[in-house]
Write a protein that binds this ligand. Structure first.
Ligand code: PEP
Length: 274
């Protein structure tokens, strides 16, 4: 079972000196998932606006990653301001090449300039029937290609209401994050399915509890697990970002809808503690 921190009055808020040192050593991220949106021209403009905004920020900015659709990677890559913003993709196939019509391999994404790839997003799990084994195979493919895998986990509303959140997250973390994963090649995004694209954001206490449990599970299972950065995703907007990003076990955000607007996305980047 997932070890969940006791939901005390300040769960996820009070952070002792050891925990603070560990948290400071984890890299912070704000990642934009554009999903199936954008045209070449609009994508280039959006990426340029984000790179310009990030460039104007202090050095302690979080790592900023944009994940456009595969067809727009080539349009976005030259707009990222000499490495100020990194390129990511939204999915990859587990195999390096072969007869997989419509799919894109991790190696192809690396050649296109990607450094990150999202795997196991709930829309892939739900709409494409991807289970934990399939997600793990994709994360392994990302590692094989030298990419950082952004492994998504999260419970459905029915699972939360049935009191099964901890059990579901434990199963997904164990099943989706490859053995040997560490801070250098893996991020984990907690994305409650009921909060994605719904405008319904998880409460700070819910996020803190889930992240503490995921952190404990990763730490117990993987030698480098406790150092893996944990992102929250699910209706993150400029007006809720600061509160969520200040939580002890939250190292960043995976942003869908608000990443399609440069001003909103940059406001979320600015809300990340330095
Ligand atoms: C997402 O798609 O990963 C996501 C978190 O979307 P949104 O921010 O729109 O809820």
């Amino acid at each position: 079972m997932l070890a969940i921190a006791p939901p005390g009055r300040d769960a996820g808020r009070v952070i002792g000196s050891n925990a603070r040192a560990q948290a400071m050593s984890r890299t912070r991220y704000v990642i934009g998932n554009w999903k199936m949106n954008g045209t070449r021209q609009g994508a280039a403009l959006l990426a340029r606006a984000v790179a310009t905004g990030v460039g104007a920020r202090r050095a302690a900015s979080p790592g900023v990653v944009l994940c456009p659709p595969a067809t727009l990677l080539a349009a976005v890559a030259p707009e990222l301001g000499a490495g100020r913003v990194a390129l990511g993709a939204q999915d990859c196939h587990a195999r390096p090449s072969g007869a997989f019509t419509g799919d894109v391999s991790a190696e192809m994404l690396a050649e296109a300039g990607c450094r990150y790839v999202i795997v196991g997003h709930s829309e892939r799990r739900t709409l494409h029937g991807e289970d934990d084994a399939a997600v793990r195979a994709k994360a392994e493919a990302a590692h094989r290609a030298g990419l950082v895998a952004v492994v998504c986990v999260g419970e459905s509303l029915a699972e939360r209401e049935a009191g099964r959140t901890a059990e579901v997250l434990a199963r997904q973390v164990d099943g989706s994050v490859p053995a040997g994963s560490g801070a250098g090649d893996t991020l984990v995004a907690y994305e409650p399915v009921w909060a994605i694209g719904t405008g319904r954001v998880a409460t700070p206490a819910q996020v803190a509890e889930a992240h503490a449990g995921i952190r404990a599970r990763l730490g117990a299972r993987l030698s480098g697990g406790a150092g893996i950065s944990l992102l929250y995703g699910g209706s993150v907007k400029p007006d809720n970002a600061a509160e969520l990003l200040a939580l002890a076990d939250v190292d960043g955000a995976l942003v869908g809808g608000a990443s399609l607007d440069a001003a909103q996305f940059l406001a979320i980047v600015a809300a990340s503690p330095g």
